[in-house]
Design a protein around this ligand. Structure first.
Ligand code: HT7
Ligand code: ZN
Length: 879
């Protein structure tokens, strides 16, 4: 497959105003008849070119006349009709497809015997021939025909217009979606599903029917998803003035799904993981994930569906913006600082890694081979950070005006990231052309910060220098434009009023600096003693910071900063320093020890009952292994794991009394409820338990502590507490862990989502021997390589999160991943390509590991039929 470039974008030669589809479902042989009402979009007479892939073209007709084979061609995924009229015309195409054979889960496929579709980004072309690009927007009418017994439910986008019985035990349903949409938003679902119904009254007084469709066995697991949907609908009205536009909103949950969910107009299809929840089967994290993903897909109705992308290079236009919106929603539903910390952890541990590896690309990539490879942390999460910077720069009110301008200007259109920024420029009244470099330059900017205090002048000068490492698309980087939120603290930790021009009611502690030059100085007058800088409050820009602060300063920030994010950040920086220092010791075979001062700092957080327990849990958690690895020139996964584990064990030992006290104080006495307060309580309690049960490497826990974990597992009335306890025991003691795992499987083997947890727990186990165990589990009756959730639970958990064992010196972990990718690629290339991520990072490791990782990449490349998806990732990695 050829590389496609943004610079080569051409508007479509033909538009399709209307599409009429008639789909006769059959597992092996589905017949799709489509009638397209086309019209030339340009003066020049060009052939009509439709995309078509993995389908049989049965018949093509033009204005009612069947075309003979010499009037059209169908090669290399393109159906071309050389001569078409200059005025509007009708093309009818009949295709035949095989849903049962579709293991790629793209287009029309079967999940547990039910038909469903996934068309974003280029799946529609596997159903019928069509100009499958987002800037062709059409009004769809879809008639679905299926067997009455196996498919009592027949769904498509929009409103139900007609339904009835046909011959041979079949029936039909005709759906009409009045909103013009690109083909990637098309959806069809058919099968034996039950419906859970509710309604929502919009603020203008319209009643919207809400329907969730699931398999009958899951009927009682939809309450949380329904409540989340209604919350999201209300929130979007209140915060963005956006109301839902159809009379019906449908959600369908399926078990076989490549990603989290899909925002098809009026008919969202979801991975069942993001719909189904009961206290005894789903954790607080699952509940939060469901609320967030339901909201994300709902928010797409305006940011993605009503206003869509002109081309796939603009993917972040809808994804970055919608992630920003769902982050804000979750922050309002739970704890804003904790949500910010979680989001920053994702950016720093995972997106920064992507930004420094071979797959690095700007938020708006300049080219791609396989667009599926660009549904990335950069497009989604860094894209959301870019929107957040606009929010920070403009302020909430002006940002909202910018959003209103965007909606007014572009409703019903397929537009670009430039159009979005232009709306913000209009609202702000300032030029954002330099800001747009965030869309075109990849890589993580690095800031070097220095402070100069002059007692004589009572002045503090802050100097910031920015740079950005070279990446594939640009070696030399132009300076970025970014907001830097800062505060200054005096020696007692009191906030200094740095924002003197702030109006009443605004925050005088925080100053918003604008960095636009490569090096800039900022002057603060009337400062009577050397201040401590609270830099980049709330992580106001997605950058790495080099700032030499003393331990004393970090402690001051940790205890006194008014910005909760930076209180947490100071603790993390301090922990990181100590961990890196001990990693050096470990590498020189010196004993590892934890500094008393660090333990004391964590103890202060732990015992501060005025803090939100969810924040405390974050504050006492050590930096992630990924983030520690980011600080090292050569990542040493064994040293990172060993030191971090030893620190955890030491904290558990040295703070045992305090941890036990807090653990018991946090024990709830009411039945499980999912809400922010209760979830925070459980989070901190389980964080305490994890410290108490953290074993020293090769060490054993006392029977009392093991018993504490076992008892929690046995007594809890909810999955959050039982899986947390099970995880602690499994990672502490092989025999006790095996017994509880067996018990867990016996209890939950009937529930696929809970079995995923069982697999993931074993794949993430830090005790020796996990790889052999994981290999055995790939042959377990409950594992299926065709189900992406199972692949993620077992293979991805081992390869992408169990760094110590995946990177074992013998290279067996790499070989295992090579085997699995080779097995998966012919079945599901999208998932196979994603699984490769850990191997793409080979340059960050020592020469022996580098060689073994490259050998696997080469081996995969040598396979006779490598997919475009995998090929692109391997090629870029080895370039
Ligand atoms: N817009 C969707 C992106 C997507 C997807 C979803 C499911 C399966 C395959 C997919 N490929 C792309 C999901 C979202 O961001 O909301
Ligand atoms: Zn999305």
């Amino acid at each position: 497959k050829k590389e496609t470039f943004l610079k080569d974008y051409q508007p479509p030669a033909y538009l399709v105003d209307r599409v009429d589809l008639r789909i006769e479902l059959d597992a092996q042989s589905t017949l799709v008849q489509s009638r397209l009402l086309c019209r030339p979009n340009q003066q020049t007479k060009k052939p009509l070119v439709l995309n078509g892939k993995r389908l049989e073209v049965v018949q093509v007709a033009l204005n009612g006349s069947v075309l003979t084979r010499n009037r059209f061609t169908f090669t290399d995924g393109l159906l071309t009709i050389a001569h078409v009229p200059a005025e509007p015309f009708e093309v009818a195409v009949t295709t035949r497809i095989n849903p049962a054979e579709n293991t790629a889960l793209e287009g029309l496929y079967l999940s547990s015997g039910n038909y469903c579709t996934q068309c974003e980004p280029e799946g529609f072309r596997t159903i019928t021939c069509f100009p499958d690009r987002p800037d062709v927007m059409s009004v769809f009418t879809t008639t679905v025909i299926g067997d009455k017994t196996s498919c009592p439910v027949l769904l498509a986008n929009g409103n139900l217009m007609a339904s009835g019985d046909l011959d041979d035990g079949r029936h039909y349903a005709t759906w009409h979606d009045p909103f013009p949409k690109p083909s990637y938003l098309f959806a069809l679902v058919a099968g034996d599903l039950v419906r859970i119904s509710d309604t929502f009254t919009t603020r203008s007084g319209r009643t919207v029917a809400l329907h969730i469709y699931v398999e009958a066995r899951n009927r009682d697991k939809c309450g949380h998803a329904m409540r989340s949907l209604k919350k999201a609908m209300r929130w979007d009205e209140e915060h963005f003035g956006r109301e839902y536009d159809l009379d019906l909103y449908m959600i369908v949950a399926v078990d076989d799904f490549n990603m989290g969910a899909m925002e098809n107009k009026g008919l969202n299809v979801f991975n069942s993981k993001y719909v189904l929840a009961l206290p005894e089967t789903a954790t607080d994290a699952d509940y939060e994930g469901i609320e967030a993903v339901i909201a994300h897909e709902y928010f797409h109705n305006w940011t993605g569906n009503r206003i869509t992308c002109r081309d796939w290079f603009q993917l972040s236009l809808k994804e970055g913006l919608t992630v920003f919106r769902d982050q804000e929603f979750t922050a309002d539903m739970s704890s804003r600082p904790v949500k910010r910390i979680e989001d920053v952890n994702i950016i720093r541990s995972l997106q920064f890694r992507e930004d420094s590896g071979p797959m690095a690309h700007p938020v708006r990539p300049p080219s791609f081979v396989e667009i599926n490879n660009f549904y990335t942390l950069t497009v989604y999460n860094k894209g959301a950070e870019v929107i957040r910077m606009l929010f920070t720069l403009l302020g909430a009110e002006t940002f909202r005006q910018g959003m209103d301008i965007y909606f007014d200007r572009h409703d019903g259109q397929a537009v670009t990231c430039d159009d979005f920024v232009a709306a913000m420029e209009t609202a702000w009244g300032k030029d954002l052309s330099q800001f747009k470099r965030w869309y075109s330059q990849a890589g993580t900017p690095e800031l070097t910060v220095t402070g100069h205090y002059s007692a004589a002048d009572q002045q503090f000068i802050l100097e910031i220098e920015q740079s950005c490492p070279p990446t594939r698309e640009s070696v030399v980087k132009e300076p970025f434009f970014m907001p830097i939120a800062i505060g200054l603290l005096d020696e007692n930790g009191n906030a200094l009023p740095v924002n003197t021009d702030a109006g009443t009611g605004t925050d005088t502690d925080t100053k918003m600096l604008i960095l636009s030059e490569q090096r800039q100085q900022y002057f603060f007058p009337n400062i009577t003693s050397k201040p401590t800088v609270s830099f980049l409050r709330n992580f106001s820009a997605p950058v790495k910071v080099h700032h030499a602060q003393s331990e004393e300063e970090l402690h001051r920030l940790m205890t006194h900063d008014t910005d909760p994010f930076n209180r947490w950040e100071a603790g993390q920086t301090l922990s990181l320093r100590h961990i890196l220092e001990q990693i050096a010791n470990f590498q020189h075979q010196q004993p590892i020890s934890i500094r008393h001062r660090l333990v004391r700092g964590l103890r202060d957080f732990l015992l501060d009952t005025d803090l939100d327990p969810a924040f405390t849990a974050m504050a006492v958690t050590l930096p992630t292994e990924n983030w520690i690895g980011q600080q090292m020139t050569i990542i040493d996964p064994v040293a990172i794991f060993s030191v971090r584990q030893q620190f955890r064990a030491q904290i558990g030992l040295q703070l045992r009394d305090e941890l036990l006290q807090r653990y018991h104080d946090l024990t709830g006495d009411i039945p499980y409820q999912y809400n922010a307060v209760e979830a925070a309580r459980r989070t901190l309690r389980n964080t305490c338990l994890a410290y108490l049960l953290a074993p020293e490497i090769g060490g054993r826990l006392t029977p009392e502590l093991l018993q504490l974990g076992t008892e929690q597992y046995q007594r809890s009335d909810n999955m959050t507490d039982s899986i947390a306890a099970l995880g602690c025991v499994v990672n502490a003691d092989a025999a006790a862990g095996a017994a509880l795992l067996a018990d867990f499987y016996t209890k939950w083997q009937h529930d696929p989502l809970v079995v995923d947890k069982w697999l993931a727990l074993q794949a993430g186990c830090s005790l020796p021997g996990t790889l052999e165990h994981v290999k055995n589990l790939t042959g377990h009756a409950s594992f299926s390589i065709k189900n992406p959730n199972k692949v993620r639970a077992l293979i991805a958990t081992f390869c992408a999160t169990n760094h110590n064992q995946f990177h074992a010196a013998d290279g067996h972990g790499y070989c295992f991943l090579g085997d699995q990718v080779i097995r998966l690629d012919p079945l599901n290339p999208q998932i196979a390509a994603r699984m490769l991520t850990p191997l793409t990072q080979w340059r960050r490791y020592d020469p022996t590991r580098q060689q073994m990782m490259c050998e696997q990449l080469e081996r995969i490349r040598r396979q006779p039929l490598v997919s475009d998806d995998v090929q692109e990732v391997v090629d870029r990695s080895l370039q």
